[in-house]
Design a protein around this ligand. Structure first.
Ligand code: C2E
Ligand code: MG
Ligand code: MG
Ligand code: MG
Length: 292
């Protein structure tokens, strides 16, 4: 992966990694951002970034998680942590999530991404919105070529437990369409075990807080291995989030976790950068395979 990271750094001249520095935000700026967000969504300033999701064996890019970025004309790239809370407060999150779904369908419709599994995050407000399912159906009509069995919708356990019955209903409807559902940040709320039986989800994504201190932390070891055991018994796919080191990867590999996502493989990338990553990864991997 170091090879690929170096290649990408050279290709992009690092210019794409100008993350929005926290300290450059003045106290008064969240207000400004809030009033700008609505028009930013309409003006195409919200972009989709892709973070690779790997088979935990590390030898295959299984898919991506779509993550939003606000490419602001003066502030640069603003990460979701700085505007999603605002959007949730003022209701712009509905438009934001719709925008992301539209962008994701448009990307999945591209020839280069036809085989790719794509996960997209959905907020509580959007998930329980009574127009959500019809919006998804409309995208499916607009993009009949997109294979929605490769689409996964991520909701947090916090979202799922707001109204477990309602959530179970929406999940069933999405599954009828062929779409998969993941429970994101699993374990963070310590609530989910009670509800897992009632929620027909396909995937658990272990919150990165439990991965961060592996392999040293014995408590996290116990928690992660229990979650994986549970998920396997329930026949759920399992993703380890926030894998940053080889030691952590080895640990989740030994548990036979299905997929791993994290900075060890790649940060979220612009779609064009991701395509380079994918092609480079596949070329390097093919080379290795022919050497064996
Ligand atoms: P999430 O869905 O749990 O996404 C994973 C977050 O962890 C991403 O942050 C990703 O960049 C970060 N991450 C991935 N690997 C590593 C790692 O190895 N180490 C560390 N330290 N971090 C890692 P990001 O992109 O800033 O997104 C933050 C959160 O914002 C997401 O958490 C998700 O809850 C929300 N979000 C992002 N995009 C959207 C969206 O389009 N719609 C909605 N509703 N929420 C979104
Ligand atoms: Mg997520
Ligand atoms: Mg997560
Ligand atoms: Mg998270």
């Amino acid at each position: 992966f170091a090879d690929i990271a170096m290649y990408l750094a050279k290709e992009s001249g690092r210019s794409n990694y100008k993350f929005f520095a926290n300290d450059s935000l003045h106290d008064s700026q969240p207000l400004l951002l809030e009033s700008e967000l609505c028009s930013a969504i309409a003006n195409g300033e919200i972009q989709v970034y892709f973070q690779p999701k790997m088979a935990s064996s590390g030898d295959q890019v299984y898919g991506v998680e779509a993550l939003c970025r606000w490419v602001h004309p003066t502030h640069g790239i603003i990460p979701p942590g700085q505007f999603i809370p605002l959007a949730e407060k003022n209701g712009d999150i509905i438009a934001l999530d719709k925008k992301m779904i539209e962008l994701v369908f448009a990307e999945m419709n591209k020839e280069a991404f036809r085989d790719l599994h794509v996960a997209v995050n959905i907020s509580t407000q959007q998930f329980y919105n009574n127009r959500f399912l019809s919006f998804i159906r409309k995208q499916m009509e607009l993009y009949p070529e997109v294979d929605v069995t490769k689409l996964e919708i991520e909701i947090t356990e916090e979202t799922a437990i707001q109204d477990v019955e309602g959530a179970a209903h929406t999940i069933m409807e999405l599954k009828k369409l062929g779409i998969r559902i993941a429970l994101d940040d699993f374990g963070k709320g310590f609530n989910s075990l009670n509800y897992l039986k009632q929620l027909p989800v396909d995937t658990l994504k272990i919150d990165r807080a439990f991965i961060a201190n592996l392999p040293e932390d014995f408590q996290d070891q116990a928690i992660v291995s229990s979650i994986v055991t549970l998920a396997k018994k329930l026949q759920l796919s399992i993703v380890a989030e926030g894998v940053e080191s080889q030691e952590q990867l080895t640990w989740v590999q030994n548990l036979e976790c299905d997929y791993a996502q994290g900075y060890m493989f790649s940060k979220p990338l612009q779609v064009s950068e991701f395509l380079t990553y994918l092609n480079t990864f596949n070329a390097i991997h093919k080379e290795k395979a022919t050497l064996i």
